[in-house]
Design a protein around this ligand. Structure first.
Ligand code: PEP
Length: 253
């Protein structure tokens, strides 16, 4: 059975006080309403990771994620945070390759391969994001574009390493736009990615990898998306900023 995961990406939102309130609300709701077999994750701004970790202490199916990490372990990289730093602060997950990082910070597939290595070497679980722009979806081989992101950033890993990665398919045209991929579009891509993984690592590894959908997933559409056989959960932006909505999504299986 694949792990069901609902991960909230807070991006650059919330003051420290607001973050504490949101994390506390989410923690209470996870305890009272979310099934133990659903892993809930809050990807907070790095500044809040340790504080939020204290708020959620003792809740087995609730964890924090960083939104990025540097590929080097340490050094003169002002403003950056490394994987060993995250691990030493009790962080378990890290989002890598979000389209906003690719777009605004020019992250490449090659650099993301190095970041993935750094994350895995330090015991962090990468939530690896992939997805196509609207232009690519309309004009080119969008399935090939997304599988190439996986191939170039992840397929150097051994099967054992790859098995530790969580994939998040996030069509860029659906992120923060209110446009959601239809359940058919999501299922098509997720099944294609799983088949691509199977070709490289075999069917049992492919069947064990959680593939999340992200892109305007919300309290209303999560049920339909999560009902797709190859959609194992969601990476949630805007709707993760309101505890009740986020938890409705986490209870949409
Ligand atoms: C995201 O940024 O990962 C995301 C899915 O955002 P939203 O849910 O707001 O589209």
């Amino acid at each position: 059975m694949r792990k069901k995961i609902v991960a909230g990406n807070w991006k650059m939102n919330k003051t420290a006080q607001e973050a504490f309130v949101l994390a506390t609300e989410v923690a209470e709701l996870v305890k009272s309403s979310v099934s133990a077999d659903v892993q809930v994750i809050m990807s907070t701004p790095a500044l809040y990771l340790t504080g939020v970790n204290q708020v959620i202490e003792g809740i087995p199916n609730l964890a924090v994620a960083a939104q990025n990490c540097h590929e080097k372990a340490s050094g003169a990289y002002t403003g950056e945070i490394s994987a060993p730093m995250l691990a030493s602060a009790g962080v378990q997950y890290v989002i890598l390759g979000h389209s906003e990082r690719r777009q605004y910070f020019a992250e490449t597939n090659e650099q993301l391969a190095a970041k993935t290595d750094a994350a895995l070497a330090n015991g962090l679980t990468p939530l690896f994001c992939c997805g196509e722009s609207l232009e690519t979806r309309e004009g080119a081989d969008f399935l090939g574009h997304v599988t190439q992101q996986l191939t170039e950033s992840l397929f150097h890993l051994s099967a054992e390493e790859f098995s530790k990665v969580v994939i998040a398919y996030e069509p860029i045209w659906a992120i923060g736009t209110g446009l959601t991929a239809s359940s058919d579009q999501a299922q098509e891509m997720h099944a294609y990615l799983r088949a691509h993984i199977a070709k490289k690592y075999g069917q049992s590894v492919a069947d064990s990898i959680s593939i999340l959908y992200g892109g305007s997933c919300n309290a209303k559409n999560a049920k339909e998306l999560f009902a797709c056989p190859d959609v194992d959960g969601g990476l949630i932006g805007g709707a993760s900023l309101v505890a009740a909505d986020f938890i409705t999504i986490a209870t949409s299986y």
